[in-house]
Design a protein around this ligand. Structure first.
Ligand code: SF4
Length: 350
């Protein structure tokens, strides 16, 4: 069958910066060893072959993984390089490592590709283009026949709705917070139609709603602290934000710095919508996708505020680091865990 593959224009700009990377994607992740790689590792000789076979184990989900050593991948080297890559070459990396941060949402007859902003280099590339241009390159590929598991009229409805949500996000007359309120209001309207199986997509109208819910920052931060945390830096950021309590900072300097990041928030919203919105074709929950963005935006802003309070400045690099770590710490958790986060958040906020 034919599959239409869509790539954002930033996609081909990415190149892993390896030992120059401040993060090292694999350092704290438990890497899943796919079947093809495991088979290949069977025939690797010498010390590295021995190690490749001896560090494999089955995790609680039944996946074959590399056993962590001191909470790090056993092949991660202090230089930031990967021992497998260094000694055997890229073709011996398992699928996860070879592909990261490239990701794909596969719908059988079409697939949408992007880069994960949990990689700092990918984040720098994605956030450097302020044009808010979401145009994509299309490449048709032949793939083995696969069943299409979505209803075509529903998918068309979702794609049209997504284009409308893009327009709301790109409207620079609205502040980022206002954008999210409008997206939420529109998603609620769409949800009512979805619940009745009515797939005629309405145009969004600016609702000018003032606010969503009272937000309990403490509850939100506690929810993040209860999740599995990969980096000490993220835990410290959360604890510093927790120390702020529910207080806000009113400072013209801080507001100016935040305003300078306005386009980056929009890029973040576009990224999340691009990546998650069409999953509604399978779970029928449009509102959750917007709540996911609201949750990310709220925690990112709170951490930026805590950073400013502590350092009396909020450089662009610090803001971007918060966005990147938020993605690293949340997007690679299971979707259920992610949804549990903002369900708790909205119930607490009600
Ligand atoms: S996080 Fe990105 S740039 Fe850094 S090592 Fe991983 S893929 Fe390379």
């Amino acid at each position: 069958m034919k599959q239409a593959n869509f790539y954002p224009k930033y996609y081909r700009k990415f190149k892993c910066i390896a030992s120059d990377c401040e993060d090292s994607c694999c350092a704290q992740w438990q890497i899943v060893v796919d079947d093809d790689s495991a088979l290949k590792y069977e025939s690797v000789s010498g010390e590295i072959g021995e190690k490749l076979r001896s560090v494999q184990e089955t995790d609680e989900d039944g996946d074959r993984v590399f056993r962590l050593e001191n909470e790090r991948c056993p092949f991660w080297e202090k230089s930031g390089l990967c021992e497998i890559h260094r000694k055997l070459g890229e073709e011996y990396l398992c699928h996860t490592c070879r592909e990261f941060p490239r990701a794909v949402q596969d719908f059988a007859d079409f697939a949408e590709h992007d880069l994960s902003i949990s990689c700092p280099e990918a984040a720098r590339i994605i956030f450097s283009d302020k044009s808010l241009d979401i145009e994509k390159e299309e490449i048709i590929r032949d793939i083995p026949d696969e069943e299409i598991c979505y209803a075509q009229d529903f998918m068309d409805f979702l794609k049209e709705a997504r284009a409308n949500i893009y327009s709301i996000i790109k409207n620079r007359d609205l502040s980022p917070a206002h954008v999210l309120r409008e997206c939420y209001s529109y998603a609620c309207q769409l949800q009512e139609l979805i619940d009745r199986d009515v797939f005629i997509c309405p145009q969004p109208e600016i609702s000018h709603i003032e606010s969503l819910h009272e937000i309990s920052y403490m509850n939100l931060i506690d929810s993040f602290l209860r999740m599995e945390i990969l980096t000490d830096e993220w835990r410290e950021m959360l604890l510093e934000a927790k120390a702020l309590g529910n207080q806000s900072i009113f400072s013209p300097e801080y507001e100016d710095m935040r305003a300078e990041f306005s386009d980056e928030y929009r890029i973040l919203f576009l990224h999340y919508i691009d990546r998650y919105w069409l999953r509604t074709a399978f779970d029928y929950d449009a509102v959750e996708k917007i709540l996911l963005i609201i949750t990310a935006y709220t925690i990112i802003r709170r951490l930026q505020m805590a950073y400013y309070k502590k350092n009396k400045e909020l450089p662009y690099s610090a803001s971007l680091r918060i966005v990147q770590l938020c993605s690293k710490e949340t997007e690679h958790n299971s979707f259920d865990e992610l949804y549990a986060l903002f369900r708790h958040f909205t119930i607490e906020g009600d």
